[in-house]
Write a protein that binds this ligand. Structure first.
Ligand code: MG
Length: 388
């Protein structure tokens, strides 16, 4: 018996109530396709083992492009109805080993907080189904011929969201038993129809569905608000020695001595790497590239900096600014400043105005003043998505 918890993302809509030329699951929010937001949220949750995506007829290649680089279990062609699309996804999962639990989610709800998944999986410990709901704030009225009728008791009503979580075999059986002449708007009603209880957990306003054109503008705004600024600092020192090349700020500088130590000992790039890793709270250069590991001996430090930039990109982050200060008596940094800025900007793929290089002496005081070594400090500012 498998113990896997899987997710099924339904992205099969062809509709354009939301406006625009392309189906809403492929439109961009914050520069990322709508369905990729939901997939990333599902993949990022530690309890979810795999994600299967159902798309509409003819949408498979668009989906592959939209989800490039993500470890998707399968992309399945759906049906004309949501029910048929979910069924196709369930059968695909059943045919490849099945699962213990499943979360069925709609791509049109891109902002999926991890806390909702936590609540659903906790409820599944005691039930075969669980759904997120929100209370109804507005008065609900029955109506006919444009006239108001009875007011419904809103205390007895709730707004249903997705993902919906189920015991896998229960929801599969409910789909297989469903009279396909009838439509079902969600999976919970099919499970209930089989006589099983479906528990309610608290939903989340951020899970609102993208339906109308104005929903996209709202989603853009909330996505922009859901980013935070992170600042990291880095500091490094290397010893000056005879018979060494001097690599500093990513360029080679003619000098009577050079820096010795880890890799090419580019103290300036090492400080920037630590600043970036610090802003990510992902350790330091030594934990990613141990000095004891011979494979890093003599390596160009630009590789470490490229790696740190990749770590930022992996977290969907952007580097807003890097500010470097080099501390030494000699060589003079001024004549090399522009070349260093250009090289650092090139390695980080940043515009030049986001890279600052400064230098100072220590008035001949201390190790830097005695020309025994060079120190560098860096501050990096990142913009990172806020995790719910
Ligand atoms: Mg170092």
């Amino acid at each position: 018996m498998t113990e896997k918890t899987v997710a099924l993302l339904v992205a099969a809509g062809q509709g354009n109530r939301a406006g625009g030329e392309i189906p809403k699951q492929f439109r961009l929010i914050g520069g990322k396709p709508v369905l990729a937001h939901a997939v990333d949220a599902l993949l990022a949750h530690p309890a979810i083992d795999s994600v299967t995506v159902v798309v509409g007829a003819g949408q498979e290649s668009a989906a592959r492009a939209a989800l490039a680089g993500r470890p998707i279990a399968a992309i399945v062609e759906g049906a004309d109805s949501r029910r048929g699309s979910v069924r196709a996804g369930l059968e695909q999962i059943a045919g490849s080993g099945g699962a213990a639990r499943i979360l069925i989610h709609d791509a049109a709800r891109p902002a999926l907080p991890a806390s909702v998944i936590d609540r659903l999986l906790a409820a599944l410990e005691h039930a075969v189904g669980a759904i997120p709901v929100l209370p109804v704030a507005d008065t609900l009225v029955r109506h006919q011929d444009n006239r108001a009728g009875e007011v419904a008791n809103r205390d007895a009503l709730a707004r249903v969201q997705t993902p919906q979580a189920f015991d896998f075999n229960t929801v599969l059986a409910a789909h297989r038993a469903w009279d396909i002449a009838r439509e079902a708007t969600d999976d919970a009603q099919m499970v209930r129809h089989q006589g099983s209880d479906v528990m309610l957990v608290a939903g989340d306003e951020r899970l609102e569905k993208l339906t109308y054109p104005q929903d996209f503008a709202r989603a853009e705004r909330s996505l922009a608000a859901a980013r935070s600024t992170r600042v990291g600092m880095g500091y490094d020192v290397h010893r000056l020695a005879d018979k060494e090349e001097l690599w500093l700020g990513g360029i080679q500088i003619p000098h009577d001595r050079g820096l010795s130590g880890h890799s090419d000992a580019d103290v300036a790039l090492h400080a920037i790497v630590d600043a970036l890793l610090g802003a990510l709270a992902e350790g330091d250069i030594g934990s990613h590239f141990p000095p004891s590991d011979p494979q890093w001996r003599g390596v160009a430090s630009s590789r470490f900096l490229e790696y740190a930039a990749e770590r930022v990109a992996k977290r969907d982050g952007t580097i807003e600014h890097v500010d470097l200060t080099i501390i030494c008596e000699a060589p003079k940094i001024g004549p090399h400043r522009d070349a260093m800025r250009a090289r650092i900007a090139e390695i980080l793929a940043l515009p030049l105005d986001r890279v600052s290089v400064k230098a100072t002496t220590t008035e001949r005081l201390g190790f830097a003043g005695r020309r025994e070594g060079i120190a560098a400090q860096a501050v990096a500012t990142l913009s990172l998505p806020t995790l719910f």
